[in-house]
Write a protein that binds this ligand. Structure first.
Ligand SMILES: *[C@@H]1O[C@H](CO)[C@@H](O)[C@H](O)[C@H]1NC(C)=O
Ligand SMILES: *[C@@H]1O[C@H](CO)[C@@H](O)[C@H](O)[C@H]1NC(C)=O
Length: 398
């Protein structure tokens, strides 16, 4: 078609230039021009005109067809889920969540990528904020069925990340919320910096999904205490992040402080708090991009200074004290004493027990008194699963 058009245009050009050259060269000899030649010339002009009109019509017709065909093709491609190939440099590239939780970025690459924060706080697209549930585990998740039940029917409002021992292979079926949610993992030891590294790795992976707005750290022995809707609303509407942070003047608090952390960390800024935090996107980005406090805690907080109880509470108390609630939303029972909190099994799970956890404490929520203080609880043994599932529909209102 293009060839045809060029050919026709060439014809038209020739036909219009031909008489001019004829008249100029013939000059005053016009009368001597044979009539036969004029007639032939006119026929030629007529033919050329018809041909070029035909070309214009044809190209218009095909343009319309192409205009209809193109968006239909891209719509079809979008339906097939391959939208990203249409406009590889467009906005979609930046707002699409990663295809898989597993990747081969190094920690340095991952943290750098996750530390990127937009300077414009309003999103120029419809964003449905999600809660990222980050499971810090050794491997198996014996209480997975209770979480499956918890998440059921709330797709699109949550995402799941699992940190395990590096060579652990989970066997969750495709229908599970835990299917392929394992992130690249390293050995994490209690009380050591490798534990904070694992927590930052979970945060960084979850930050790669722009829809994640709140980030909860959980263990394999944690269970939810309310249904998904209550948990979601509670977190989304909170003005503060739930990071436990208190000033403990005793040997297990200030006693663990090293003056070598000064002047970045002063003794009056030193905080202690449970490892099981909940943070919003702003604080999550601060935690993964921290370069100032990390080396201090890595070098000067080693056992018996348990870094996972001090690093984030202290850092956030110094950097953003007005943004943390200073309390954890994960219930735990230290009343039995010792170095480890109580673990609850089959025999412990009674109606009275669950009611006690629900109404265990008074606290502030958005600066107002509240009786809902804990959304999650630990530690539960695998044997607690069956009685907990029995209570899920009634007491926990799943
Ligand atoms: C990382 O994975 C991608 C694709 O999965 C591959 O092309 C790339 O070579 C890998 N890089 C390394 C360093 O393994
Ligand atoms: C948490 O504690 C800090 C001081 O460490 C304080 O400035 C902040 O207001 C407290 N947060 C709330 C919600 O009370």
């Amino acid at each position: 078609m293009v060839l045809f058009r060029v050919f026709a245009a060439e014809d038209a050009k020739d036909s219009s230039s031909a008489p001019r050259s004829n008249t100029t060269t013939s000059g005053g000899h016009f009368k001597a021009f044979p009539l036969k030649a004029v007639a032939l010339f006119l026929v030629f002009v007529a033919l050329a005109t018809v041909l070029s009109f035909a070309t214009i019509y044809r190209s218009r017709y095909f343009d319309i067809k192409a205009a209809i065909a193109q968006p239909m093709a891209s719509a079809a491609r979008l339906c097939r889920g391959g939208g990203e190939d249409d406009d590889p440099d467009g906005l979609a590239r930046w707002i699409r969540p990663p295809r898989a939780a597993m990747h081969n970025m190094s920690d340095a690459e991952l943290f750098w990528r996750a530390s990127m924060v937009p300077m414009i706080s309003k999103y120029p697209f419809k964003r449905k904020p999600k809660v990222a549930f980050m499971f810090l585990t050794r491997g198996p998740l014996p209480l997975a069925p209770i979480w499956e039940k918890f998440f059921e029917g709330h797709e699109g409002l949550y995402s799941v990340y699992v940190h395990t021992l590096p060579d652990y292979k989970d066997g969750f079926p495709p229908a599970s919320v835990f299917y392929r949610r394992q992130i690249p993992s390293q050995v994490a030891e209690w009380g050591k910096m490798s534990m904070c590294d694992a927590e930052r790795r979970l945060l960084a992976n979850a930050l790669l999904d722009l829809s994640n707005e709140r980030f909860v750290l959980l263990s394999e022995s944690c269970v939810p205490l309310y249904n998904f809707v209550i948990v979601y609303q509670y977190l989304m509407k909170s003005r503060y992040s739930f990071v436990g942070a208190f000033d403990d003047p005793g040997p297990h608090g200030r006693g663990r402080y090293s003056p070598r952390m000064a002047p970045d960390v002063g003794i009056s800024q030193w905080r202690k708090g449970a490892q099981w935090f909940e943070v919003d996107r702003n604080l999550a980005a601060r935690v993964v991009s921290d370069m100032k406090f990390y080396p201090k805690f890595r070098d000067f907080c080693k056992p018996a200074c348990y870094v996972d109880e001090h690093y984030f509470p202290t850092m956030l108390t110094i950097e953003t004290p007005h943004l943390i609630a200073n309390r954890s939303i994960t219930w735990v029972d230290w009343s039995r004493g010792g170095a480890h909190p109580a673990t609850f099994g089959k025999g412990d799970i009674t109606e009275a027990f669950l009611k006690r956890i629900h109404g265990d404490k008074k606290c502030l929520y958005n600066d107002q008194p509240s009786t809902v203080c804990f959304l999650f609880a630990r530690k539960f043994a695998p044997s607690a699963l069956e009685p907990l599932l029995n209570f899920a529909n009634t007491l926990l209102a799943f």
